[in-house]
Every structure is written in C-alpha cells, then in structure tokens.
Design a protein around this ligand. Sequence first.
Ligand SMILES: NC(=O)c1ccc[n+]([C@@H]2O[C@H](COP(=O)([O-])OP(=O)(O)OC[C@H]3O[C@@H](n4cnc5c(N)ncnc54)[C@H](OP(=O)(O)O)[C@@H]3O)[C@@H](O)[C@H]2O)c1
Length: 315
Amino acid sequence: MALTPLDERTRVKADGECSRCNHNALSCSHQNGYMSFEDVDTAGLESPRTTDGMPMLGLGTWENTDPEQCSESVRTALEMGYRHIDTAQAYDNEAAVGDGIERADVDRDDVFLATKIWISNLAYDDVIHTAHESIERLGVEYVDLLYVHWPARTYDPEETLSAFSELYDSGLINAIGVSNFLPEQLETALEACEAPIVANQVELHPLLPQPELREACKRHGVEVVAYSPLARGGVFDQPEINSVADKHGISEPQVSLAWLREKGVTAIPKATGEDHIRDNWASLELELPPEDIETIDGIDARERVVDPDFGPWNQ
Ligand SMILES: NC(=O)c1ccc[n+]([C@@H]2O[C@H](COP(=O)([O-])OP(=O)(O)OC[C@H]3O[C@@H](n4cnc5c(N)ncnc54)[C@H](OP(=O)(O)O)[C@@H]3O)[C@@H](O)[C@H]2O)c1
C-alpha cells in the first residue's frame, strides 16, 4: 500500500518559508488555507444529505489509533457540525470512536455511525457475532450503516449478506453497505441480499475518478462513498489542483472535497487535529465554477493509493 506523508508539504517549513515556494510563510498566499485554520468560520455549516439521510461529508478514522487522540478527533468533529463518522473493525479504534461520540455534546441519534466487518469475519456466524462485538465496543445500541469491508477471504455473497439482512431485520443496523465492490460484484450482492444495499464505499478522488463505477452505482440507486478522498495526500502534488486552490486561495483538500460533492459523492476525509477537521468542513461553503470542475476532470494522472493484494481488481 503506497502511503504519502503529508505534513511536511502542507505545513510551514522549519525555516519559516512556505512549503510550496520560497516566500515567507506568514505572508505567502499558498498558506492561506493552512496558516489560518482558526480564522475559518465554520459556524452554522451543515452537510447536505443523500436521499437516505446520510450526511455527504463525514470523518474518516483509519490510522487514528491513539485512543485519546481518536476520541478527541471524533468529539471535535461532532461539535463542529460533522454528523457522519466512519470506522471499521480493522481500524482497532471502535471503542475510541464510541468514546468520542459519548463525550460530544451531540445526541447519539443525530450521528450517522458506520462501521465495517473485516474480511476474516464474513462467514454467517462471524458476521452476527462480531457485529454485536463492534456495537458493544462502540457503546451504542445500533449502527446506522454496516459495510462488508472487502469482497475477499471469507466473503460469500449468499452467506455473508443473509447475515447482514438478519442484522438489519433485528434493528441492530439501520442500513447495509458494501465496500471495494466492482460493478459486477455489486450486482451479485444486490441479487443475493434481501435487504437493500444503500452504499458502495470505494477509493475515489481526482486521481481515481472511477466514472464507470459511479455510473453502475447510480443505475442501481446505490450511493457512492469516497474513501481516501484526498488520495492520502496525493492531491497536494497535482498541478491542476494546485492551480484551482491558488486561484481561490483555498486548500487542496477543499478543492478535492468540493469536486467530489459536485459529482454527487459522499466523502469521508480522515483528519486528526482540529485544523484539518475544520479545513475540510469549510469546503461545504465552496462551489467550484464549471471551468474548475473541467480542469480537475481533465487530470490524466491515475493513482490508486489503497491497493492490497486481495483487492478485487488484483484478482
Ligand atoms: N473501505 C475501505 O477499504 C477504506 C480504505 C481506506 C480508507 N477508508 C476510510 O476513508 C477514510 C479517509 O481515507 P484515508 O484516511 O485513507 O485518506 P484521506 O482522507 O485521503 O487522507 C488522510 C490524510 O490527509 C490528511 N489531511 C486531512 N485533512 C487535511 C487538510 N485539510 N490539510 C492537510 N492534510 C489533511 C490527514 O492528516 P491528519 O490525520 O494529520 O489530519 C491524513 O494524513 C479513512 O480514514 C477510512 O475511514 C476506507
């Protein structure tokens, strides 16, 4: 899996210069989005929702594994206005996510909480058993969306999805999602699953726009949730995104998130500290003009940043 460290490029260099040119960071326009996070006014911003009620901008939590920090990220996001939190059994942070929800001054019922069943737990009994464990770790009575994390290892469409349907019927989960499903796998899943499948969570950002997959989801009335919506930092190195960001004095993450919203896609950027959480939230105010959308659509670089051996595109 290729991971890109971000902060050395997004923050001010140690010598006080802008990280993207040689100007003084305090006066350089590149730093507008980065130096003055606390000045960004996000009060009163609300995320739009899908027709099923899923907030279209959420908080990702992969690799936010320090319990204190993870809990604090979740609390900060919820109190800023976020209402969608994404976790997974595999992130090893469900308890911390639950703690952040508990500590936030927001009703649990107002939070859209999603988790995912890992690939070793997709046999019928394991789905039922480990979903209960997840819910217990999260400290809640139900989750809003439960995903099949990957169509891999113990995944079997009939067996796995009948367990998901059972959880749905029992009220323990409010909706079923799949993740990393190719169009044909989505179609098989939709046939196999008695309860509706409302979302397919996939890698999606300006360097991996996935038009065919988006079209397939649309045809079946399945929402697309973009993971790694900042390409885990890849958007910072893309000249077209730099130019749109510079033109409007906004950050590259904001450009990427505004582009995704224009595509009708939900996004769950992972952010740890208040500055990044706020910067991403402030993207809700932005509407990119058509020429900027075209510029980003015209990017021909392609980069998949989450690419394990068991990914269905590697089979
Ligand atoms: N279903 C799946 O298989 C799957 C796979 C991957 C991810 N996901 C989900 O999708 C979420 C997001 O994807 P991701 O974590 O891979 O990558 P991402 O959201 O594309 O990028 C996260 C990185 O961007 C940084 N960042 C966030 N906002 C920023 C800002 N405004 N300015 C500068 N840097 C910023 C974060 O730093 P800080 O942490 O320091 O703020 C972190 O290093 C995950 O957390 C997870 O919930 C799901």
